[in-house]
Design a protein around this ligand. Structure first.
Ligand code: SF4
Length: 308
């Protein structure tokens, strides 16, 4: 299914910006996170198993990781270096500069995506990213908010608040940096209405991109034990597809969807099983959008199409 008929996908955005496909290379810098190193806690967010990021941090240098990921990914002529694992601004700015410089020095790398927590983006890190953008690199700051509800943030042991996110977004967008916000649907205790309220809050504050995930129970997370005790249950595919499509319909067409679902493989993935196959959720969401309206349709905006 061609999702670009119904929503503004990141691949479509990149193709328009660069005139050809651009692929993300997933990298691990030498980072940890304050929710694991004892600054805020040691157990991490309850849904997180850092091993699901794919590899140990800094097992290889950045240049070697780029070579490896290029060999693994579909062939493209240009790439974005995606600092994904842990909290990729959680270091002194000199360390960040060394890592990001090394990535941008690699052949065919045209920009950076930097994943981090809203409480870990000091001005010095934002200034550094702004500098790359000013020199023409494509730069996205990816902020893990997950939910706008502080009661849920406490329940899942995130260790930051909506106020931290508000402050980070304000300072990033003041610098002209593009912000992509990560949201998780189906967090414990949250209803579909809570998730729509999160979306409204994020859109009101201003955002350039969104990444939607269903809650996944992964081996080694604290939530895996909660799930085993019957305390946490993930959404069904039908529930998630309906909610994701509703969120997409309520999102203005200029916002770019970097992702609308997520996958994991066994033995890492415990539940839901529909997060195993890559296309199952995408097809279900696409079907809903085809039937009920594409991105922005609930706001009276026309559907996007691949020709847009
Ligand atoms: S989700 Fe991010 S902030 Fe939370 S424990 Fe995992 S690495 Fe740390």
């Amino acid at each position: 299914m061609d999702l670009t008929r119904y929503l503004h996908t990141f691949s479509h955005y990149l193709r328009r910006r660069f005139g050809e496909p651009v692929h993300k290379l997933s990298l691990a810098g030498d980072f940890t996170c304050p929710n694991r190193d004892g600054t805020l806690g040691r157990g991490g967010c309850t849904f997180c198993n850092v091993r699901s990021f794919g590899r140990e941090p800094a097992a290889l240098g950045i240049a070697a990781q780029i070579q490896r990921e290029k060999a693994r990914t579909d062939r493209a002529r240009r790439y974005l270096a995606y600092f994904q694992a842990y909290t990729s601004t959680y270091a002194e700015v000199d360390t960040l500069r060394r890592l990001y410089d090394e990535a941008l020095a690699a052949a065919d790398v045209v920009g950076l995506c930097v994943g981090t927590r809203p409480d870990c983006v000091p001005d010095a890190a934002l200034d550094l990213l702004q500098g790359y953008q000013d020199l023409g690199s494509e730069v996205w700051l990816e902020l893990g908010l997950q939910t706008a509800h502080d009661f849920t943030q406490r329940r899942i042991h995130r260790g930051h608040t909506l106020a931290d996110y508000r402050d980070a977004v304000r300072r990033a967008r003041q610098r002209g940096l593009k912000v992509c916000t990560h949201l998780i649907a189906g967090l414990p205790g949250e209803t579909a209405g809570d998730m729509m309220a999160t979306l409204d809050t994020v859109l009101e504050m201003g955002v350039d991109g969104l990444k939607l995930h269903p809650l996944m129970i992964v081996r080694g997370s604290r939530m895996a034990a909660q799930h085993q005790r019957g305390e946490v249950m993930p959404m069904t595919l039908d529930e998630y597809a309906g909610l994701a499509a509703r969120m997409i319909r309520h999102t203005p067409t200029e916002v770019v969807f970097h992702r609308i679902s997520a996958t994991a493989q066994t033995p890492t993935l415990i539940a839901p099983d529909w997060c195993g196959p890559r296309w199952q959720a995408l097809q279900a969401i696409g079907q809903r959008l085809a039937e009920e309206g594409g991105q922005g349709s609930a706001l009276g905006q026309p559907w996007l199409s691949a020709a847009a």
